[in-house]
Design a protein around this ligand. Structure first.
Ligand code: FRU
Length: 492
C-alpha cells in the first residue's frame, strides 16, 4: 500500500501555517483540516496526550486518521505527527475512535476500530468494524501484526458486525485490562460489550454490561466508564435520540448513566440518567484522572447534525471543549471548567448587586474570550420572567443564553447571530426552580460558548461562527432583578 501515514505527515507539516490566526485561543483544533472525537486521552510519559479523529485534507469528514497533540496543562497544546492512517486491509475505510493505556512494560497501547469492507457472494459491499491495537512510545505507533484483536467472532449473538466500535480501555483492580465496546443489539438499539485481557493483545468476551432497549437512542457510540465519588459512570453518545423536552435533544446526543457495578460478573445497574450537555455542540467525551485525583472530561465541541453546513472555514472544522472537572453528587454528574483555565485570566471586573430592569451593557464587559459569571435573583417584592445574557453581539446580531423563571428553563441560542443557513440553532434545558435565582458561568472563546449552570449541575455548549468583530455583551431582564457580574478576559 501507498505510504498513507507519511503522506499525511507531510501534508499537515506543509499546511499547518495556513491555520495561523484562525484557531480559537484555548480550544484544541485539528492541526489542519477536520477533527472529530477525542481519542486516547491520557497522561503518558509526563504529558497529557490527546489524539483525535482526523482528516487533514478537508474541512469535512473523510477516511479517518488519528491526529495527535500533547500538553502540560490541558490548554496549551503542541502538535505531534499524525499517528494512525488507514493503511491496512483491516482499516482501509478508516481508523475510528478508541483509547489508550500504558502497558506494564511502559509501552503505550492504543486500541481503535478498524473499518474495512467485506464483499458477499453477490458482490455487495458491507462495512465491517473490528478492534485493532498499535503500540508506541508516545510519538510513533506500530500496528500489531496480528490485528484485528477483536472481530465479529467476538460479538455475542444478535450483535451487529457493522456497528461495533470505539473501544474504551480501563484498568481493572485485578491487574487485567478491560475494554468496553459500543455495539448495536438485535433490536437495533445500543449495548455495551465488555472484554478483558491480560496483556492488551489477546482478548476475551466477558458480558454485555448495559443495554439500551431503545430507551436512549439507537447505536451507543464512544463509551467512557469510570468510578467517581463511589458511583460508576457510563458516558456514551447515542445516535438517533428521541427528544424529551428540556432533558434530551433529538439526533446525536450525549448520555450519562450513573449507578453501580461490581466487576466483570455483574451488569452495570443504572440508577440515574441525564444528558451530559444540553447544548448543541458536545459529543463523544473522554475522561482521565489527574495525579491530584480530579477527573477531567474533554468532548468534541461540534455536532454531526450541523457540521456539514456550518463550518468555520474552508481550512478546518472541529474543536475540543475546554477540560471540565467532573464529580458525582446526589446521583448527578456535575461539571465545571477545570481550574487550569484560571491561569488564562486577566484582571477581574465586577458589577455587584445591580438592579436591572431592561438592558445593560458596558464596553469594559465586552469580549469574545471571557470567563463570565452572572448571578441573578429577584429584587425584593418584584418578579422577572426572563433574564438573558447576549454575547457575540453587534446591534441585532447576537447569541444568547436565556433563563425563563416560570418554566425553569435555560435556552442557548445562535438563531440571531447573522447565520443564513437553516441549521439547528437553539436548545433548552430544564433547571432547578430556585425561586428565580440562577448562576450562569459562561466560557467564551472565539467561536464557542460553554455554559455551566448552578455550579455545574447542567452544561450547555454551542459553536458560533459569526464575525469576530461582534464582541458585545449585554444583560437583559424583563422585570426588576438583582445581578452580580464577574468577568475575566481569557487569553494565552
Ligand atoms: C462518533 C463516531 C464514532 C466513530 C467515529 C468515526 O462521533 O461516529 O462512533 O468511531 O465517529 O469518525
Amino acid at each position: 500500500m501507498e505510504d498513507i501515514l507519511n503522506k499525511a505527515r507531510e501534508y499537515e507539516k506543509e499546511n499547518e501555517s495556513k491555520m495561523e490566526g484562525l484557531r480559537p485561543s484555548f480550544h484544541l483544533t485539528p492541526r489542519v483540516g477536520w477533527m472529530n472525537d477525542p481519542n486516547g486521552f491520557c497522561y503518558y510519559k509526563g504529558q497529557y496526550h490527546m489524539f483525535y479523529q482526523y482528516h487533514p485534507y478537508d474541512n469535512h469528514w473523510g477516511p479517518m486518521h488519528w491526529g495527535h497533540a500533547v500538553s502540560s496543562d490541558l490548554l496549551h497544546w503542541e502538535y505531534l505527527p499524525v499517528v494512525l492512517a488507514p493503511d491496512m486491509e483491516y482499516d482501509k475505510r478508516g481508523c475510528f475512535s478508541g483509547s489508550a493505556i500504558e502497558l506494564s512494560d511502559g509501552r503505550h497501547l492504543i486500541m481503535y476500530t478498524g473499518v474495512s469492507e467485506t464483499v458477499d457472494e453477490n458482490g455487495n459491499k458491507t462495512e465491517c468494524q473490528t478492534q485493532c491495537v498499535a503500540v508506541g512510545d508516545g510519538v510513533n505507533y506500530v500496528k500489531y501484526e496480528n490485528n484485528p484483536v477483536l472481530t465479529s467472532d467476538d460479538v455475542p449473538e444478535g450483535g451487529s458486525h457493522i456497528d461495533f466500535r470505539d473501544p474504551r480501555l480501563f484498568e481493572g483492580k485485578d491487574g487485567l485490562i478491560y475494554c468496553l465496546v459500543g455495539n448495536r443489539s438485535s433490536d437495533t438499539s445500543g449495548q455495551m460489550l465488555l472484554y478483558k485481557s491480560a496483556d492488551g493483545f489477546k482478548w476475551e468476551f466477558v458480558r454485555i454490561i448495559a443495554q439500551n432497549r431503545n430507551s436512549f437512542g439507537k447505536m451507543w457510540e464512544c463509551p467512557d466508564f469510570f468510578c467517581q465519588d463511589g458511583k460508576w459512570v457510563l458516558l456514551t453518545s447515542p445516535q438517533d435520540m428521541e427528544a424529551i423536552p428540556g432533558r434530551y435533544n433529538s439526533g446525536n446526543g450525549t448520555l450519562c448513566l450513573i449507578g453501580n457495578w461490581d466487576g466483570e460478573d455483574s451488569d452495570f445497574e443504572v440508577e440515574n440518567n441525564q444528558c451530559i450537555d444540553n447544548g448543541i455542540d458536545y459529543y463523544a467525551p473522554q475522561t482521565i484522572t489527574l495525579a491530584d485525583g480530579r477527573r477531567i472530561m474533554i468532548g468534541w465541541m461540534q455536532n454531526w447534525d450541523t457540521c456539514n453546513n456550518y463550518t468555520p472555514s474552508d481550512l478546518w472544522c472541529g474543536q475540543m471543549s475546554i477540560p471540565r472537572e467532573v464529580t458525582v453528587r446526589d446521583g448527578r454528574l456535575y461539571q465545571v471548567p477545570a481550574k487550569e483555565i484560571e491561569s488564562l485570566r486577566g484582571d477581574l471586573i465586577s458589577v455587584l448587586n445591580m438592579k436591572l430592569n431592561g438592558e445593560y451593557s458596558a464596553e469594559i464587559l465586552n469580549g469574545r474570550k471571557l470567563d463570565l459569571t452572572v448571578k441573578v435573583r429577584p429584587s425584593e417584592g418584584k418578579v422577572y420572567d426572563n433574564f438573558e445574557v447576549r454575547f457575540f453581539q453587534k446591534d441585532n446580531n447576537y447569541a444568547f443564553v436565556k433563563y425563563n423563571t416560570h418554566e425553569s428553563m435555560v435556552t442557548l441560542s445562535r438563531e440571531f447571530t447573522g447565520v443564513r443557513r437553516a441549521i439547528v440553532n437553539k436548545t433548552s434545558c430544564s433547571v432547578d426552580n430556585k425561586g428565580g435565582e440562577i448562576e450562569l458561568r459562561i466560557i467564551l472563546d472565539k467561536y464557542s460558548a460553554e455554559v455551566f449552570i448552578n455550579g455545574g449541575k447542567y452544561a450547555m455548549t454551542i459553536d458560533v461562527y459569526n464575525d469576530q468583530s461582534f464582541d458585545g455583551i449585554s444583560f437583559v431582564s424583563d422585570g426588576e432583578a438583582l445581578i452580580d457580574i464577574e468577568k475575566y478576559s481569557l487569553d494565552k
